[in-house]
Each structure stands twice: as C-alpha cells, then as structure tokens.
Ligand binder design. Structure first.
Ligand SMILES: [Zn+2]
Length: 100
C-alpha cells in the first residue's frame, strides 16, 4: 500500500509541476489544452492486463505507462513498474492476469 501512496503523491507532484504556468482555478473549458502535453491516465480498456504485473495493483486504479509484450498491451502504474516488467517479462507475465 505504501508504494501506491508514494506513486500517487509523486504523480500529483509531477502534475503540479507540469501545470505550474496555469492559474490555480481550473477552467472548465480548458480541456483542449489538457489533451496536448500533459500525460493523461491511460484508458484501462486499451490494455490487456488486469493487474500491474510488477506491483500487483489493479489497472483500474490508474495506469500511467504501457508496454507491448507478446502482442499484448500491458498497463503499469508507473514507469518503474514498466521497466521492472521489461527486465523479466516472461517471469511476470502471469501476474498481469490477461483479460483474454
Ligand atoms: Zn505498479
């Protein structure tokens, strides 16, 4: 659990840094600007795994990175988890709990 909390706080920190130039009050019509540079949470429908194979977190909790392996798209909560998976994908692929 701690890992997840650290991830979220670091993500929030990153978002805070990225949005530095914008005023604090979020404009509702600002959605077009958001789509360009700021990395958005990846839609879990586009990934083939149910769980982040590195940390075991369900992808529904939010993924920020993906990797292709064996013709499947794997979602990860963080770049660290992706890197970890790519070091030994054949070992971790079972933990990903593929949807199909
Ligand atoms: Zn993870």
């Amino acid at each position: 659990m701690k890992k997840i909390i650290v991830f979220f706080s670091s993500t929030l920190f990153l978002i805070a840094c990225t949005n530095n130039e914008q005023p604090k009050q979020m404009n509702k019509k600002d959605s077009t600007a958001m789509q360009s540079e700021v990395p958005q949470t990846i839609d879990v429908r586009f990934v083939d795994n149910k769980k982040d194979p590195s940390c075991g977190m369900p992808v529904t909790a939010g993924i920020s990175d993906t990797a292709h392996y064996n013709n499947k798209v794997f979602g990860f909560c963080s770049k660290e988890c992706k890197d970890n998976f790519l070091k030994k994908p054949e070992e971790l692929v079972a933990a990903a709990e593929l949807k199909k």
